[in-house]
Design a protein around this ligand. Structure first.
Ligand code: PEP
Ligand code: MG
Length: 540
């Protein structure tokens, strides 16, 4: 069958289908009968054994590859799965005729609440782990296999209703050939991640995805926004032809990888990469990145169950700083909230998370989380050319408060005798408020970077993840362009750099407009860099 949606990341791929049972599964049955109690209890214990076995294998695999800390996490999950208190909670409910798939979720919720109420921050954070493992047991009981991407062993096309960043971040490198999702738009995080990974994505295919979930093979065309399940021989041949053509096109752009992009009248435009983890640095350099225009550090916090310590963050930031040497690396501080949950931190339920406690708002309210990050950045700055950037700022007051915490962190480090480096501080301009106040913000900033993904959604009042709002999800709108002009003028008047790190920066039709408005840097998913350099070089 054919699924049509939004071509959110270019390229074509054909491969086996993988359907993760992500999120909280809906129990198929709530109740069982008296006669089913014993067999259902046996099924529950068998499911526990299967899930524990699978998690144990993952721990072994991680340990064998030297990832001791991650292996410990999976060992701890095995213990939770096998916890006698959880088992007795389930047994009691099943004897009360609740189905085991519903009982394990309910018992898990109760167990999680006990953890969440603990004073110890580490133990409180285990609540999410309990939910995670009980959801896996419930999915196993319903024959839906694992809810974890750890089971993705063969490179596959992932089909899912939606994919949260915390889920995509767990996919082992090279295992996803492409994404097909029912929900989402070009600027959803699943699309952004696909572009960074250089794999095709078709998002927003709608409810028809439900009917495709039992497909064996999927062919995906991220340019056209088309996915074909169980393709026939003719379709396969067509995909092979397209794949060859795209490879030729990419090869033809190779000569642009390492050029310095200049417009015909000699204006230099820096073309940089957006990174989601330190491990992407080498690839980005190979694509020709002249720096990092946006390091989304929240992904570093998301790809694991526990928050990274200051030292772990320092290692990650230092690795990128070292890899890029003198080239600038803009580290964006934690941007959690909206569609980005942080495992290990209990976020309040919000009616409108994109209008809620996200970005700098949360960071300023939680110095325990924010200051270790600032300290790690300042320490890592000793090893390269790091800059720090604050997300979701709406006024100068927030910027000043963030800068004050940065200075406080520096003073502490100096008192401790720790080595630190200089960092310039800049602001992401991604709210209409920041765009309107750009003159004032420029007085307190060393640079601006325009986050068009959020700037578009907040300016046009159009949720960036809603598949029905395609027309309103482009920066090519007079209202957005007017704001970008204003931001560039404010930056120009103050003599500071102004980049774009939203998805518009890599879009061929937007690049001439952005450069024309005065943007001095474009930052994008690394595979788009050679083409962007070519477009800039041909501008007049
Ligand atoms: C943006 O909003 O344009 C941006 C780059 O940040 P994110 O996509 O991570 O919200
Ligand atoms: Mg943003």
């Amino acid at each position: 069958m054919k699924l049509t949606g939004i071509g959110a990341s270019e390229g074509v791929a054909v491969g086996p289908a993988f359907v993760p049972a992500t999120g909280r599964p809906e129990p198929e049955r709530e109740r069982i009968t008296e006669g089913e109690v014993e067999p259902e209890l046996q099924r529950f214990h068998a499911a526990v054994e299967t899930v524990a076995g699978r998690l144990g294998q993952t721990a072994e695999r991680l340990r064998a590859s030297g990832s001791e800390d991650e292996a410990d996490i999976f060992d701890a999950h095995v213990e939770l799965v096998e916890d006698p208190e959880l088992a007795s909670g389930v047994e009691e409910r099943v004897r009360d005729l609740q189905s085991p798939e519903a009982a394990v979720l309910a018992a898990g919720e109760e167990f999680a609440a006990e953890f969440a109420a603990m004073d110890d921050e580490y133990l409180a954070a285990r609540a999410d782990d309990v939910r995670d493992v009980t959801q896996q047991i419930s999915a196993e009981l319903m024959g839906r296999g694992t809810s974890d991407f750890e089971a993705l062993q063969t490179p596959s096309v992932v089909l899912a209703k939606s994919l949260a960043p915390s889920e995509t971040a767990r996919i082992p490198k090279g295992r996803a050939l492409g994404f097909v999702t029912a929900e989402g738009s070009r600027t959803s995080h699943v699309s952004i991640m696909a572009r960074s990974m250089g794999i095709p994505a078709v998002v927003g295919v709608g409810p028809s995805l439900e009917e495709a979930l039992d497909a064996k093979t999927v062919a995906i065309d991220g340019n056209e926004g088309l996915a074909v399940t169980d393709p026939d021989a003719q379709t396969l041949a067509e995909f092979e032809r397209m794949s060859g053509e795209l490879a030729d096109e990419r090869a033809a752009l190779d000569e642009y990888r390492h050029v310095e992009a200049r417009t015909s009248e000699g204006r230099r435009i820096e073309v940089a990469a957006n990174l989601g983890s330190a491990s992407e640095a080498e690839d980005a350099l190979a694509w020709g990145a002249e720096g990092v225009g946006l390091f989304r550090t929240e992904f570093l916090f998301m790809e694991r169950d526990m928050l990274p310590s200051e030292d772990e963050q320092y290692e990650a930031y230092s690795a990128v700083a070292r890899a890029f040497g003198e080239k600038p690396v803009i580290v964006r501080t934690l941007d959690v909230g909206g569609d980005k949950d942080l495992p290990g931190v209990d976020q309040p339920h919000e009616e409108n998370p994109f209008l809620g406690w996200r970005g700098i708002r949360m960071s300023l309210d939680t110095p325990d989380l924010f200051k270790p990050q600032l300290r790690a950045i300042l320490r890592a700055a000793a090893h390269g050319n790091l800059k720090v950037m604050f997300p979701m700022v709406v006024d100068v007051e927030e910027l000043k408060a963030a800068k004050a915490l940065l200075e406080e962190s520096r003073a502490e480090l100096e008192a401790e005798g720790a080595e630190t480096g200089e960092v310039e501080t800049g602001v992401m301009i991604e709210t209409p408020a920041a765009a309107v106040c750009a003159d004032e913000l420029a007085q307190e900033s060393a640079f601006f970077s325009i986050g068009t993904n959020d700037l578009v959604q907040y300016t046009l009042a159009a949720d960036r993840g809603n598949e029905r709002l395609g027309r309103l999800q482009s920066a090519d709108h007079p209202a957005v362009l007017a704001l970008i002009r204003r931001i560039c003028e404010a930056a120009g008047a103050a003599g500071i750099q102004v980049g774009v790190c939203g998805e518009a920066a890599g879009e061929p039709s937007m690049i001439p407009k952005l450069v024309g408005l005065g943007v001095t840097e474009l930052s994008m998913g690394a595979p788009s860099i050679p083409r962007a350099k070519k477009i800039v070089s041909e501008l007049r």
